[in-house]
Design a protein around this ligand. Structure first.
Ligand code: SF4
Length: 242
């Protein structure tokens, strides 16, 4: 683990000085990402927004909070569920701090595109070696691609419609030290899109479907842990009617 942390720190040091694409010119911070060095679930969004650029952390603001709430809803960790469920004294920072111990959060592009535009292909290509190296080092069981840019950048399939393929699994290949390595990616709707749509009430809403996607991703993790380590499948999710 110490070796992995050292290599992640070296990766951070390298990319925090990066000028490989024009996004370096106007950024305030390189939003490298953070989380557990061996996170079984790696969460990859699109690019930092203005808030992320200011603070240097990924997935902040309303979209980040919604992401954290989904993760809390499917969490097997009672502490995470308790913090998320404490409506009177809800502490979003504490929730994220707990989630950082279980997940790794990053984006396809580490620098904020001006006017909150999408990163272009050249910018994505410039930053993808960082993403691939993160995948290689963290070695997650499953990668959650949050939004179309993340999905198409990881899979290389430009024509995918995220609303049509959300919840689907994709196999991606990254270079290994000697042979290519394969990882499973799940497509998810971006939480900023879900915030804008505000469609959460019905069982058939985009919000409800996304909850099912988060559950399925974590069930894949549970099955993996049971198969490889004999760990019992934990209870997850919110009981029907709540
Ligand atoms: S977006 Fe990525 S490639 Fe471009 S300057 Fe930032 S760290 Fe470098």
């Amino acid at each position: 683990m110490q070796d992995k942390i050292s290599r992640l720190n070296a990766l951070y040091s390298y990319w925090s000085q990066c000028t490989r694409c024009p996004l370096a010119n106007e950024r305030k911070n390189v939003v490298f990402g953070y989380g557990h060095p061996s996170a079984p679930v790696l969460i990859i969004g699109e690019a930092p927004g203005g808030h992320e650029d200011e603070c240097g952390n990924p997935f902040v603001g309303d979209a980040g909070l919604l992401l954290d709430q989904y993760l809390a809803m499917v969490s097997a960790n009672p502490e995470v569920r308790a913090v998320a469920g404490d409506k009177e004294n809800f502490n979003p920072k504490l929730l994220r701090d707990l989630l950082r111990n279980e997940y790794f959060f990053t984006n396809i592009a580490a620098c904020h595109p001006p006017e909150n535009r999408d990163p272009n292909l050249k910018e994505i290509e410039a930053c993808m070696p960082r993403v691939r190296e993160l995948i290689y080092l963290i070695d997650p069981v499953i990668i959650l691609a949050v939004g179309k840019i993340a999905l198409t950048s990881l899979t290389g399939k430009k024509a995918l419609s995220i609303t049509q393929v959300r919840g689907n699994l994709f196999d991606i290949e990254i270079p290994g030290r000697t042979v290519p390595l394969h990882y499973t990616v799940m497509a998810l709707l971006h939480t900023s899109y879900l915030c804008r749509m505000n469609d959460f009430k019905q069982d058939t809403s985009l919000g409800a479907k996304t909850y099912e996607d988060f559950m399925r991703a974590h069930r894949i993790l549970d099955e993996y842990n049971k198969h490889h380590f004999g760990i019992d499948i934990p209870k997850r999710g919110i009981p029907r009617g709540q």
